[in-house]
Design a protein around this ligand. Structure first.
Ligand code: URA
Length: 207
């Protein structure tokens, strides 16, 4: 798996707003949206394109269109905050949804919904999930996608823990992962340290 830490001053400023415990829900959502734009921009750098003729007011030239726009898959609920940014950059894409919740005692993922095309063979997929902690949820999600034929999965996370990164790597299901930071590790409750807390609660308020 190719792992890319997108190191850019603007990325670091948005991540700092998200980490700051005094940021409001609205400030957190705005920072995640902007960070997602930057991460998706980097993650789509190598997407195949097709040339197409375009006529400007001055004359003909060659333009570019995406040859095979990726399916966007935000992992509910925290990935919802990345969906709009990705869709804005890739308006020709389609969006699927996977709903996974972490059991707070076992820390194991539980799928409560999936809404995906029947077949994903030949389609690149962008999975949007802000936090890669133990990796259990993400591997579960990638497994659902792979069972429908997806073989080109790019994962986009705001933050990752080394433990989760190793789990996703071992699964062999993702081709590449883009993130703003590889943090120190996990605490006893499987939260990323220093992390930013619960990315769902920080966006939408506590359950
Ligand atoms: N999910 C979160 O939202 N935060 C963490 O630190 C770990 C998992």
């Amino acid at each position: 798996m190719q792992t890319v830490v997108v190191d850019h001053p603007i990325v670091r400023t948005r991540l700092s707003v998200m980490r700051d415990e005094t940021s409001s829900n609205a400030e957190f959502r705005a920072a995640l949206r902007e960070l997602s734009t930057l991460l998706v921009y980097e993650a789509t750098r190598e997407l195949p394109v097709t040339e197409l003729p375009v006529t400007t007011p001055v004359g003909p030239t060659l333009g570019t269109t995406l040859a095979n726009p990726p399916l966007l898959v935000p992992v509910l609920r925290a990935g919802l905050g990345m969906a709009e940014a990705a869709f804005n950059l890739l308006p020709e894409s389609q969006m699927g949804f996977v709903g996974l919740a972490r059991n707070e005692e076992s820390h194991l993922p539980e799928a409560y919904m999936s809404s995906l095309p029947d077949t994903l063979a030949g389609r690149p997929v962008l999975v949007l999930d802000p936090m890669l902690a133990t990796g259990g949820s993400l591997v579960h999600c990638c497994g659902l996608l792979a069972s429908r034929g997806a073989a080109d999965i790019t994962v986009i996370c705001a933050l990752v823990a080394p433990e989760g990164l190793a789990t996703v790597e071992r699964s062999g299901l993702a081709s590449r992962l883009f993130t703003a930071s590889i943090d120190e590790g996990l605490n006893a409750n499987a939260y990323i340290v220093p992390g930013l807390g619960d990315a769902g609660d920080r966006q939408f308020g506590p359950r």
